[in-house]
Design a protein around this ligand. Structure first.
Ligand SMILES: C[S@@+](CC[C@H](N)C(=O)[O-])C[C@H]1O[C@@H](n2cnc3c(N)ncnc32)[C@H](O)[C@@H]1O
Length: 332
């Protein structure tokens, strides 16, 4: 069953806060009411989790509709939310939240659909879908600041040193494969190539670049580890959620991306919607904090684009509830 989460206006939240108590009696009642199956014994850990969530809901994070109904029923005797509905700002289902936009093939496909040209720079490329989808028809320069970082093999997990990126979490077959071939998979770039190859990318059309996106004048190609000067020659630059991952330097990255575009070349950007920071994406409310995600207001992105002389267009797309897709054309 899919849950619905609702984000409330400040005004309605002020009323609802009184319903969200955290005494043991209330917690137990709410826990029993929300349990999907009959409960024989109350689990203290689950109760603590519920207490933590209640603290977040009181701070204005999105609340499961069912919890809101039950809480209102306990306090007022009436579960109807009709009187609160005008304060429902955004409603998202657990199914929508499971879509994880940055790792979603269908979203990446749609994003790539409007990318034109033969020479594309994909910024903060990681091991994403963009090089897979574009290498069919363009030469993709995939840039990441961590491609040379070693893969760390620990007993219970494999990850990229210096990042939050785990390889094959919850996929033991994948882990077993890469462990068995660990002499071939020593750094992040090796893993990216493996991912792309397994998903049908044309590797001949992908050049991996090691570099910081906020300084594109100092980039190295991983083919032969040679310095590469990125001139104003790209038909398109793509940044699929990379700005969110790069954090505070996003303005500088936008300016660098714009610099290396040819005249009338286009910068394609996907960023999370601001309110997503208040929803439990990737299984947790604090996903943005855990992953070091910077939430970028659309208005600020558009203002920055304008200051850089880019003509921006916010595009319609199928994941609009979760993220923005913006196309920016270099005018001069
Ligand atoms: C979630 S990942 C990959 C996003 C990717 N576009 C996708 O479609 O999956 C974000 C990547 O940004 C990279 N990154 C973070 N800061 C960066 C920077 N300053 N310059 C280049 N890459 C950066 C990280 O190493 C990581 O691989």
């Amino acid at each position: 069953m899919h849950e619905l989460y609702v984000l409330l206006s400040d005004e309605v939240m002020a009323r609802v806060r009184d319903y969200l108590r955290d005494d043991r009696e209330f917690l137990e009642e709410l826990y029993l009411a929300l349990a999907p199956e009959p409960v024989l014994e109350i689990d203290d850990d689950a109760l603590e989790l519920l207490r933590d969530n209640l603290a977040l809901w009181r701070r204005g994070y999105a609340i499961p509709l069912a919890a809101l109904e039950e809480a209102k029923r306990f306090v007022t005797g009436n579960a109807s939310l009709r009187s609160l509905q005008r304060g429902f700002l955004v409603m998202l289902s657990s199914e929508e939240l499971e879509a994880e936009p940055d790792a979603n093939y269908a979203f990446a496909r749609e994003f790539c659909g409007s990318v034109e040209g033969e020479k594309v720079l994909d910024v903060a490329s990681g091991f994403g879908w963009v090089p897979v989808l574009l290498s069919e028809r363009a030469h993709v320069y995939a840039l990441d600041s961590a491609y040379k970082n070693p893969i760390i093999y620990e007993e219970d997990r494999i990850y990229i040193d210096g990042t939050t990126i785990e390889l094959f979490p919850g996929f033991p077959e994948g882990q077993a494969f890469i462990r068995a071939n660990r002499e071939k998979f020593t750094c992040y770039a090796d893993f990216a190539r493996l991912f792309w190859e397994k998903h049908g990318a044309n590797l001949e059309n992908i050049t991996l670049l090691q570099g910081d996106a906020s300084n594109l004048s100092s980039v190295r190609s991983l083919d032969g580890d040679s310095p590469l000067t990125l001139t104003e020659a790209f038909d398109s630059v793509t940044i699929f959620f990379g700005l969110n991952h790069i954090g505070k330097a996003w303005r500088r990255v936008l300016s660098e991306a714009s610099r290396v575009l040819r005249r009338h070349g286009k910068l394609h950007v996907a960023i999370y919607r601001e309110y997503l920071a208040k929803f439990p994406l990737k299984g947790a409310y604090n996903w943005a904090e855990q992953l070091g995600i910077e939430i970028i207001p659309l208005e600020e992105l558009l203002k920055e684009a304008d200051a850089l002389g880019l003509k921006a267009k916010v595009k319609r797309h199928s994941g609009e509830k979760l993220y923005h897709m913006v196309e920016m054309e270099k005018r001069e």
